[in-house]
Design a protein around this ligand. Sequence first.
Ligand SMILES: Cc1cc2nc3c(=O)[nH]c(=O)nc-3n(C[C@H](O)[C@H](O)[C@H](O)COP(=O)(O)OP(=O)(O)OC[C@H]3O[C@@H](n4cnc5c(N)ncnc54)[C@H](O)[C@@H]3O)c2cc1C
Length: 338
Amino acid sequence: MNIHHNHPLKAYNTFGLEATARYFVEVNTVDELEEVLKHEELKGLPRFILGGGSNILLTDDFDGLVIKNSIKGMELLREDDKHVWLKVGSGEVWHELVMYTINQGWGGIENLSLIPGQVGAAPMQNIGAYGVELEATFDSLDAVNMTTTEVRSFAKEECHFGYRESVFKTTLKGQYCIVSVTFRLNKQPTFNISYGDIKRILDDMQMWEPTVKAVSDAVIKIRQSKLPDPKVLGNSGSFFKNPEIPKTQFEALQQYYPLIPNYPAPNGLVKVPAGWLIEQAGWKGKRVGNTGSHAQQALVLVNYGGATGQEIYQLALDIQASVQEKFGITIVPEVNVV
Ligand SMILES: Cc1cc2nc3c(=O)[nH]c(=O)nc-3n(C[C@H](O)[C@H](O)[C@H](O)COP(=O)(O)OP(=O)(O)OC[C@H]3O[C@@H](n4cnc5c(N)ncnc54)[C@H](O)[C@@H]3O)c2cc1C
């Protein structure tokens, strides 16, 4: 095991922020993870599990132990006429998993193509895109308790998935390192192509009978045309979650803003796109020093180069405050602020 001291994290976060970890260790197996968790020199330190770094905002140096997860591997556990159960190491790259399943002709996660990051963070966030969330194909996961080092399996209902939420972001926050995820994928896929421009692009491709590959290609095309590439412009995707508000509050707002976009949400709530609220509050494309809200995607905060995590965080607070003032709606970060 290699313990690095004062290790730079710039290459490990898609905002491209300068920060260091007091201790940094990469783990390739569950045994190595257990060894790190039990290590005398590293005991008692604050710990942070790092995946692909595509959903974090580093506001300072991390005065503790960063554990970089590189636990790989894939295993076909079982299959029947309709489904396969695939167990995947949490350090696998998410998009590579999607490509693998597409090559096998298995359906379920094609709408989640090109989402950055690793498999382990996917259930933590319940990642979603183009009308599909991870929970739809999720079967179970294994996670190591960071205090006892015991491995525990979590069934779907124990994960309490919600919109970009799971138990690992709430009551069990910071307590477990997810080491593998098992997916139940479809051998006879049905497609979800009603969201966004997917159908139009498939029509352009003259794909009258969609395939998992064609849907994935369409999603990739849309994403590449709309989202800034972190390799070119540092960002962490959508910075805020779309707020869900009571119907009465929505109807009152609609009186003033008849064009306010909206979608039904669970429990009779109404989902309002945070990007629209931010744009209406005057932030879209606005640059503040080396950071700002992206010109095409108001919801994406960017690092134009040389921004600090504190500056991006301050921008997020200012945006949050002005949306609150204008609409009386609290928008909360989707990104994990560290
Ligand atoms: C350009 C861009 C587009 C994006 N588009 C989408 C999108 O369409 N939909 C979407 O849902 N998200 C999107 N995201 C956000 C991001 O890609 C996802 O949230 C992704 O799942 C984060 O994975 P990661 O490995 O990079 O996690 P990290 O950023 O490394 O970590 C995120 C959080 O998960 C924790 N974590 C990571 N791995 C583990 C583990 N093994 N066990 C326990 N905790 C862990 C970390 O401690 C941290 O709190 C986008 C990001 C970018 C930059």
